[in-house]
Ligand binder design. Structure first.
Ligand code: SF4
Length: 387
């Protein structure tokens, strides 16, 4: 059995099969087991069907099981059915190494915004990166916040719906809530949940109150109950478990979450890793680099073309196929790749070339939109919309 030790999830702790924390993922993740141990619910047919009823369709990232678990998503869907207000929230610890896996939850957020016309609050935690990671100055993390904001805006959000919070600059929106949250959380809870020790700096220990505060911000801003839905990777669950624990005591609605798996590394890791640049495609990579990384990716193919034609490949254990699932929105094309691979009609080189075409087209549009976003970033700042 997995156990929680100092906030660290140690599945099969003796064999240390995998570890998941908000800052690190190691080993081969068993997602069903992780969901069970975290106590989150799986996204089942009921949830998918309710979402389809309300939205007319379900985004492929949910249909294909990349977003696979949740806390309280049904409560948000119930609000949507009854016409009650809700909002979206997620964010990022800004850094220079933004990769395309980081964009994926934001792509789902875009679908929620477009489908349900909800407001989207996005927190850039330039303070967190400075406090928790070694080697960053506050000036650096603040500069990265602006860089990462451009990548978010480039996905096509409009300023009337997207409200960007930069922690070190927009603290007035969060501080009163953070103080109330802080009073409800003991040091022992924070240490246990995040694996902090007596030598952790007190800034890092206070920081979770800020990430939790944004979950309650829409309720304060609108002066009525406005719960949030948070699309994020499952390693962020500890923050929002605490947020749900303190919400009602503070008179706020509990936040709901929808959790994704991790974007696999091209070189076979369960999560793209900054320590292995070839495992990830960064938004700053040029086409030549993207092509090289994709062409070197680990596949589920046979060792030779001849064997591939004879026995077919194994798309279920292929990183390239997983990327097709995440970046190819046509179900027909994905099915074709799967079946042709199994039947030996598709060779890995051709399949990788198709993936490169897809990602290269996505990145070309992304770069153009990102460039245009530089002229109007200010319009997205929360301070422009909420005084
Ligand atoms: Fe993977 Fe594509 Fe090769 Fe099949 S053909 S194993 S999906 S790279």
């Amino acid at each position: 059995m997995g156990v929680l030790v100092g906030g660290y999830y140690l599945a099969g702790s003796e064999s240390r099969e995998f570890e998941v924390t908000p800052w690190e993922v190691r080993g081969k993740v068993d997602y069903l087991r992780l969901a069970r141990e975290f106590g989150v619910q799986l996204i089942d047919d009921n949830v998918v069907n309710t979402l389809r009823d309300l939205a007319g369709d379900v985004h492929y990232l949910i249909r294909r099981g990349y977003f696979y678990a949740h806390r309280g998503l049904d409560a948000i869907l119930q609000r949507q059915r009854s016409g009650a207000k809700w909002a979206l929230y997620n964010g990022r610890g800004p850094s220079a190494d933004l990769h395309i896996g980081h964009l994926v939850p934001w792509i789902l957020s875009k679908w929620f915004v477009d489908t349900f016309h909800v407001d989207y609050f996005f927190e850039l935690t330039d303070d967190e990166k400075f406090l928790v990671k070694e080697g960053y100055t506050l000036e650096q993390t603040n500069r990265y916040a602006y860089e990462n904001a451009l990548d978010l805006i480039a996905l096509g959000f409009t300023p009337d719906k997207l409200h960007i919070i930069v922690d070190t600059e927009d603290i007035k929106y969060l501080y009163k809530i953070a103080v109330k949250v802080g009073k409800k959380l003991t040091l022992s809870t924070i240490k246990h949940t995040f694996g902090f020790t007596d030598s952790t700096n007190v800034g890092a220990a206070f920081f979770p109150t800020l990430e939790i505060s944004v979950a309650f911000l829409p309720t304060e801003l609108y002066g009525e109950e406005v719960p949030v839905l948070i699309p994020t990777a499952i390693d962020q669950d500890p923050y929002f478990r605490l947020a749900r624990d303190v919400a009602e005591d503070l008179g706020y609605p509990k936040p709901s979450t929808i959790y994704s798996k991790f974007m696999p590394g091209l070189t076979g890791e369960d999560k793209m890793s900054a320590s292995n640049p070839d495992s990830a495609i960064y938004v700053t990579d040029d086409d030549k680099t993207i092509r090289r990384k994709i062409m070197n990716a680990l596949t589920g193919g046979q060792p030779t073309a001849e064997l591939q034609r004879k026995y077919g490949g194994d798309p279920d254990n292929c990183v390239v196929y997983k990327y097709h699932l995440l970046f190819q929105d046509s179900d027909v094309k994905v099915k074709e790749i799967y079946e042709n691979c199994r039947a030996g009609k598709l060779l890995c080189g051709e399949c990788k070339a198709m993936l490169f075409e897809r990602i290269s087209a996505f990145m070309k549009e992304h770069r153009e939109r990102r460039e245009r976003a530089k002229d109007n970033l200010e319009q997205y700042r929360i301070s422009v919309k909420f005084k």
